[in-house]
Design a protein around this ligand. Structure first.
Ligand code: GLY
Ligand code: MN
Ligand code: MN
Length: 466
């Protein structure tokens, strides 16, 4: 099994220097604490905050990075004499400093003293849990709010957030190597999922085959996996349906590398190994939408245009099938696309599957741009010009969601131009999504998840193949 690359210390150092160059005051970036269950030592695998992992390359529980006067110091727990018994020996602080090229690595209990000359002026990033918020509030001598990325009332915090966005929006070579690895192993997992799917099997059996591939290469889940025959439930977290002949199975599964870099891939395949004619017709509409979006995903193009390209291709395709009547511009104006494709075309991908969304729309939306008030378009998570080194997902879909198709606020503008008699023939298509991970390059883009097929015929050949 392939083993994940590791980010060289020189790349981590370059990232820390790039942040220091953007800062006008001190900053503290916390890793967070390992959650435990019924007693403190019953801990889960620890995953640091992505901002910490970006600079440290390791998930060091309870640790924090202090950037001050052009220096980057790591504060962490020194090795404990009991480690050798329970966890195996851990590196000494001096060893960590040498391996990761920090200016200094110091015991955590020296942090308060190091912060004391700067109290009140130290920037930090919005923590995602209450324990981290309390810990930071105590260290910094001010109220640090949990999950307040969208607001960030402190000017120093907002400036730090902007600096992080500037760095993490465009990936360096080491990050791209991580993303490439996560995508290729996750693509293999999808192939294994297709092969493992059987009529009379289960969602769980397909899920298990996919997760086995991720784990065998050291990848954890980048997000809660979705493996469902009810693709119309966009983020379904159930796996208790049988896999029946005639069902489509939607799998949205991606792993993260040991350093934390994510993949996010969706494929939809027929449980029987053969699409019905109605499933195939809609599948090809979604695939055409994905190709239309990929053709727009180039440097200098606005991501909103990638979204619009998918909307247009979906409405064109559904009109060709007779599900809509009328000309495409008017249908789009009346909200036709969101009836069946009610989410955005994708998002940033990096150390988090929805990268940088802990910082709110200041990451996804260029200055001066805001979310659309329109249903569907309002879920677009990214509205920036694309640039080489950015990584995004492209994930159009088609879903028959009863709550949308039965809601007059959504359907009345279409009136009889939504042909329900024709739509009824497509009842065996509950949900289809096709999602790839796309690196923007100088020349256009590179689909990092291309290893897993998406043409209907190629998928049919894999399903049930042992
Ligand atoms: N896996 C979540 C998403 O596609 O955004
Ligand atoms: Mn996604
Ligand atoms: Mn996904």
């Amino acid at each position: 099994m392939p083993i994940a690359p590791s980010t060289p210390a020189s790349a981590l150092l370059a990232r820390r220097r790039a942040l220091s160059a953007r800062l006008s005051g001190p900053a503290l970036i916390a890793a967070g604490e390992a959650p435990s269950r019924n007693y403190p030592a019953n801990r889960y695998r620890f995953r640091a905050t992505s901002h910490f992992a970006y600079f440290a390359g390791r998930h060091l529980a309870g640790s924090a990075l202090l950037f001050v006067d052009g220096r980057a110091e790591l504060f962490t727990h020194p090795p404990d004499p009991d480690d050798a018994l329970w966890h195996g020996p851990r590196p000494a602080l001096a060893q960590l400093r040498d391996e990761l090229e920090f200016d200094a690595v110091r015991p955590l209990d020296e942090l308060d003293l190091a912060l004391s000359p700067h109290r009140g002026s130290v920037a930090t990033l919005p923590p995602q849990d209450a324990a981290s918020a309390a810990w930071l509030s105590l260290r910094l001598g001010r109220e640090v709010e949990r999950g307040s990325g969208a607001r960030l009332t402190e000017a120093v915090d907002a400036a730090l957030a902007e600096a992080m966005i500037a760095l993490r929006l465009v990936h360096d070579e080491a990050a791209i190597a991580q993303l490439r690895f996560a995508a290729s192993v996750s693509a293999e997992a999808h192939v294994a999922g297709m092969r493992a799917t059987r009529v009379g099997g289960s969602e769980l059996a397909t899920l298990a085959a996919m997760i086995a591939v991720l784990r065998a290469s050291g990848l954890d889940d980048a997000y809660g996996p979705i493996v469902t025959t009810h693709g119309e439930v966009l983020h379904s977290d159930r796996y208790d349906h049988a896999a029946l002949a005639g069902d489509l199975l939607l799998a949205d599964v991606g792993g993260e590398t040991p350093e934390g870099w994510a993949a996010d891939i969706t494929r939809t395949w027929p449980v029987s190994g053969t699409f019905t004619s109605t499933q195939r017709a809609i599948y090809d509409v979604v695939l055409a939408a994905q190709h239309a979006s990929l053709a727009v995903a180039k440097p200098g193009r606005r991501y909103r245009d990638v979204h619009e390209a998918a909307k247009r291709a979906i409405v064109e395709g559904l009109a060709r099938l007779g599900i809509f009547r009328g000309e495409v511009d008017g249908l789009l104006e009346r909200g036709a696309a969101a009836l069946f494709f009610p989410h955005g075309i994708g998002h940033l991908l990096g150390l988090d599957v929805h990268d940088l969304e802990d910082l709110g729309d200041r990451a996804g939306y260029a200055p001066g741009r805001t979310r659309s008030p329109r249903f569907g378009d309002g879920y677009l998570r990214l509205d920036r010009e694309l640039a080489p080194g950015m990584c995004v997902t492209i994930e159009p879909g088609f879903y028959q969601v009863p709550g949308i198709l039965g809601d007059p606020r959504r359907t009345e503008p279409l009136g009889d131009d939504l042909r329900r008699d024709v739509l009824a023939r497509f009842a065996d298509v509950r949900g289809i999504r096709i999602e790839d991970d796309v690196l923007i390059t100088e020349a256009g883009n590179e689909v990092l998840s291309a290893l897993v097929p998406k043409d209907a015929r190629a998928i049919e050949q894999l399903v049930g193949g042992g």
